[in-house]
Write a protein that binds this ligand. Sequence first.
Ligand SMILES: [Zn+2]
Length: 266
Amino acid sequence: MEIILILAIIGSIILLQDPISSWIVKLKNKQQFQKFLTQETYYHSIISPHMRFYNRLNTEDQQKFLFRTYLFRKSKKFHYIEVEESADMPILISAVAVQLTFGLDKFMLNYFKNIFVLKDDYHYGFYSRPFQGHVDHSGIYLSWDNFMKGIHGLTANCNVGIHEMGHALTYVNFITQTEEDKHFKKEFKNFSKVARPIFEAMQYNSRNVLGAYAATNYHEFWAVSVEVFFENPIRLRHEFPELYKAMKSLLRQDPLVVLNAQRIAA
Ligand SMILES: [Zn+2]
């Protein structure tokens, strides 16, 4: 009897606390949003000249995009290695992360507190091949000149920012499990049903839109698929319609629908 009473008391405390904590979260969000509003125009002025993805969104989604970028940027520490720091670097890097996760509920890639910006290709570990970026337990690493080429679409099918954020997204969901997006985890199984056989076939013949590097291992297959999904959606859908469809459901966005909408408007 006493146990039941104690349980009832604990239960009512939990019930009482829950609305209070969600109220605090709401208040905090409101305060963050008020602060963001003072910076909204500034964020727009940095992002709009560089990102087609952002320019194609409607006004409401543009504000969501900028607010998410603001929150992401605020939560990270940026480090600059042999590259001169500029104000647009942390904002554009945050914006690319937001592009990838725009259809998802969770977008902070919270395990990663540190983002390292390097000048250009660099050597890492024992690899002989130069790196454009990588992700490990210590943070997200990106080379600035390659990053800019990627967002400007200067390198076919390549966008190193999207590629590394792709690694970071699976890292927080599956490796550290610190920011699990329910939808993403569930749909990733469906993605793999389609993707695994393509990846395995690529061990024998990798002449397709994804390219040989995607055959390196399944992590790279995923990161390259994400790059091509945004950079060359028409060809990806043409060559691998089922993969394209699975990625659309997984990321809850369709680069081609935005493209078509723009074409109709033009
Ligand atoms: Zn990679």
